[in-house]
Design a binder for this molecule. Structure first.
Ligand code: NI
Length: 246
């Protein structure tokens, strides 16, 4: 059930039975020459929408920009500052709260968003807002990571991972016609500090990958990994829906 396709009358009907909404959030940032700039929001959106469909719960429009400052050395990347992202999350949550939503769950596709989103939740709680505010990052679910390890071994890395690239390949195969098909044998294992600014990031990760082998991505892996993420998210959200709001 997509919020964007409903009328306010239908939303009133939904709220008379349920108070949960899923909000996909990702980023618009480089994912190496092998992956799509929209990777993080395309994956989060598809996973959230599939969960929403199976559970018959509302999915809000996707937040397609995130905190991507360290990727700004690569064209096409668009970033919000952490302050902007905190304000954006607060405004979105407050809007849903005002109409009676109480379980507001962000399905996240980008690691750089996590700190700011949690800070927004803490600030909302400090302002005595009633409800359950959660961010669930599909790529950090232990069951998903286990599957990724089985498929890609130690070549998944941290950014432009073959897992996320596989999911986008499964969802948008046509976008990969123009991406390089060359494969490399070795991947660099780089140890560095964090956070990095855009120049530091480019120095350590010149083509935008972070210890990953995105050329290993395949549609069939994307289907498997997405299915596992959806399955685990369903379990987690079922628990949140049953939780008592204090
Ligand atoms: Ni990503």
């Amino acid at each position: 059930m997509l919020l964007e396709n409903l009328s306010y009358v239908e939303v009133e009907g939904y709220l008379s039975e349920k108070d949960v909404v899923l909000i996909p959030i990702g980023s618009t940032e480089q994912h190496s020459p092998y992956g799509l700039i929209g990777t993080d929001f395309i994956t989060a959106e598809a996973i959230a929408r599939e969960v929403g469909k199976r559970m018959d719960i509302l999915v809000a429009p996707t937040i397609t920009y995130g905190m991507s400052q360290h990727h700004m050395g690569f064209p096409g990347t668009v970033t919000l500052s952490p302050e902007t992202l905190i304000s954006l999350i607060k405004d979105v949550v407050n809007s849903f709260l005002e109409h009676g939503f109480r379980r507001i769950i962000f399905i996240n596709g980008h690691g750089g968003n996590i700190n700011a989103v949690n800070t927004a939740f803490e600030q909302l709680k400090y302002e005595n807002k009633k409800g359950i505010f959660q961010i669930i990052s599909w790529f950090l679910l232990p069951e998903v990571q286990e599957m990724e390890k089985m498929i890609f071994g130690d070549k998944n890395g941290y950014h432009a991972t073959p897992s996320e690239v596989s999911i986008t390949k499964y969802l948008r195969p046509e976008a990969f016609q123009t991406k390089p098909s060359s494969e490399r044998e070795e991947i660099e294992k780089i140890e560095t500090y964090w956070p990095l600014n855009k120049e530091e990031f480019k120095k350590v990760y010149p083509d935008g990958r972070m210890n990953s082998a995105p050329w290993l991505a395949k549609e069939k892996y994307g289907k498997l990994i997405m299915e596992e993420a959806v399955r685990i998210l369903e379990e987690k959200i079922k628990k949140i829906v049953k939780m008592e709001i204090l």
